[in-house]
Design a protein around this ligand. Structure first.
Ligand code: M6R
Length: 612
């Protein structure tokens, strides 16, 4: 949700900013821009559209500067346009600023500034904040840093901002609350960005800036202060990420690369944790807090989007194996409906990015009520990971495609391990079943590989149905969350209206939609519900709907009924969902591709939703 990048040092700033913006483009791609400072002068360039369009605009301009900031936008206040693109310049022309977040009380501040004669050239809250800072500096005759501090005490909302001034050839002033900021420490240079991807090829030493901190960044100096003007000690961490992980590696799209990586990423999530031959699961985060899980009257899972679907699946797994009641909450609803949290309740937060504002805010409020928070997070060092009392990383590696794929299977792998570990420790999961499930889990990476080898067939199915206007995804039991996830993937990537439903619930309403034009995808693997799902397939066929079925290898019944089938290897019904989701990811990828859409950057979306 907006990517920001900054540089101060001896190198040419522009190429660093441009490359950084390309890496951060997954966070927003409505418009982009840069501001460079040279010879007491700010040069600002911005353009509606992708970073490539900005690059084209700047081709041959011979931009030279050693300090600069860049931004790629996901629009909140004001439509995507050149004038609303960042950086914004203050009324005097002396300050340039970029912002990721939302200033909620911008309207009264804007009124105040307009009454003082300020004119605005965009519809953004960012321009308001920038002029507010300038006004405070003018009125108080204080430093820019001081003016920023005063302004931030008055604003409500979320922000990560970078600010440069025409009269300062060295300093970037940054601040964060609720939106991420990483500072890379080089030799006589500093790099600033929303995540580590623009930084990794220059340095591995980074500082994650905390909420309510201001950073004064010069080539040779990094000062961190809180809003009370007290110096804070920067905590330097080492990046554990390879450059290849954020490149396409020969694939046409990140989404395809990330789907294809899943045998390895799921393996990485299980590695060192699943010792099937020894009958053990090692998860230090759980072991250290086992009494909290064993005595929990209730587990509340908080997440958004695809991560919420992983949470829904975890409800089935935890209730089955550990017999602990589970509630799965949309983070955005949980926060504002004043939820009842009992002492002893355990909260599991699930997030790929670890920066999703809805989830973060929900957790902050639960934490303030004394809840114990266990994070299942992919992005190492992210805000949710740091806020959690304990957790387990999913180890899926950086996920760049806006549609979540490998992060989902990583989440499912970790949540399955958790459910089995807690269930076994609690005595609600019998040893023989536990050992069998461990062996099943160990085979998952190989089985995913087998499914991926059918991608050509799945592409054919996608091409056949690509012109459908609507799609229904149905599943029961463990396959219900997978039906929801399949529908979300298809919507995001192909813009086809798709709904996921419990297969049996279909007859209570959605069946009215069924006619010869409606493809209905059944996740119909061999499980407890199989015979009932077969009856649901018949109900669709009787109304001339087109049936696509995800079935278990060896099934001879559904191939006779369905228009198209995609098979997955045999697996225990609790393990099957991590497999049955793979064809749905490929189906949506190939449908989006066939329709000529940008599957890595679908319209209106952003990878990391850092506004509420
Ligand atoms: O980073 P998070 O897992 O917290 O993100 C949650 C959702 O925004 C995310 O899963 C979103 O729904 C994806 N676009 C799904 O593909």
């Amino acid at each position: 949700m907006c990517g920001i990048v900054g540089y101060t040092g001896k190198r040419e700033a522009y190429p660093i900013l441009l490359k950084g913006l390309k890496r951060l483009e997954y966070r927003g791609y409505d418009s982009s821009g840069i501001a460079l400072q040279q010879d007491q002068h700010l040069q600002v360039y911005k353009k509606k559209g992708r970073v490539a369009e900005l690059e084209e605009l700047l081709l041959g301009k011979g931009l030279h500067a050693h300090i600069g900031i860049g931004h790629t936008r996901w629009a909140t206040h004001g439509e995507p346009s050149d004038r609303n693109a960042h950086p914004h310049v203050s009324q005097s022309g002396k300050l340039a600023m970029i912002h990721n977040g939302i200033i909620e009380n911008y309207a009264p501040i804007k009124q105040e500034l307009v009454s003082k004669g300020y004119q605005f050239h965009s519809d953004t809250d960012t321009e308001v904040l920038l002029n507010f800072i300038e006004e405070i500096q003018t009125q108080n005759a204080c430093s820019l840093e001081e003016a920023l501090r005063i302004a931030l005490k008055r604003v409500v909302g979320a922000y990560c901002i970078l600010l440069i001034a025409s009269d300062d050839p060295e300093t970037i002033i940054a601040a964060r609350k609720g939106s991420p900021l990483v500072i890379g420490i080089g030799k006589g240079e500093h790099f600033l960005a929303s995540d580590a991807s623009p930084i990794i090829e220059y340095t591995r030493e980074v500082v994650y800036v905390n909420d309510y901190e201001i950073a004064i960044v010069k080539p040779d100096e990094l000062i961190l202060k809180n809003l009370g003007n007290e110096k804070q000690t920067p905590y330097i961490t080492r990046l554990d990420m390879e450059l290849s992980a954020i490149e396409k590696g020969g694939y046409e799209h990140f989404m395809l690369k990330e789907i294809m990586e899943q045998p390895e990423t799921v393996f990485d999530g299980l590695r060192g944790r699943l010792l099937a031959a020894e009958g053990k699961i090692i998860m230090s985060g759980i072991e250290q807090h086992l009494p909290a899980f064993l005595s929990a009257p209730r587990i509340i899972i908080v997440a958004c989007g695809t991560s919420w679907h992983a949470g829904l699946l975890a409800e089935y797994l935890i209730e089955t194996f550990a017999r602990i009641p589970v509630e799965v909450e949309y983070a955005s609803e949980f926060r504002y409906r004043n939820p009842v949290i009992h002492p002893g309740d355990v909260i599991i937060a699930i997030s790929q990015s670890g920066e999703t504002a809805d989830t973060l805010v929900a957790l902050e409020s639960a934490k303030a009520q004394g809840a114990f928070i266990f994070g299942v997070v992919n992005a190492v060092g992210s805000s949710i990971a740091r806020l959690s009392d304990a957790g387990a990383y999913t180890h899926a590696g950086p996920e760049i495609g806006v549609a979540s794929t490998k992060a989902f299977t990583g989440q499912v792998a970790v949540l399955t391990l958790m459910a089995l570990k807690i269930g076994y420790a609690k005595g609600t999961l019998a040893e023989a079943d536990y050992l069998n499930l461990l062996l099943e889990l160990e085979q998952v990476p190989e089985k995913i590989r087998e499914i991926l080898s059918q991608s050509a067939h799945i592409q054919q199915v996608a091409n056949k149905y690509k012109d459908a206007t609507d799609f229904l995804f149905l599943g029961r039991g463990y396959n219900f969350p997978i039906a929801l996830e399949g529908a979300l993937k298809l919507k995001e990537i192909s813009y086809i209206h798709a709904e996921g439903y419990p297969a049996a619930e279909m007859k209570h309403g959605p069946i009215a939609l069924v006619d010869e034009n409606l493809p209905v995808l059944f996740v119909a693997t061999r499980d407890l519900y199989y015979d009932k799902v077969v009856s649901n397939v018949q109900e669709i066929k009787a109304r001339k709907g087109k049936v696509i079925a995800i079935i278990t290898k060896g099934d001879t019944i559904l191939p006779e009924m369905a228009n198209d089938v995609i098979t997955i290897p045999e697996a225990h019904e609790a393990i099957a969902p991590i497999l049955s989701v793979i064809p749905l990811q490929l189906l949506s990828y190939y449908t989006g591709l066939a329709k000529g859409y940008d599957v890595d950057k679908p319209r209106n979306l952003a990878k990391s939703v850092t506004v509420e």
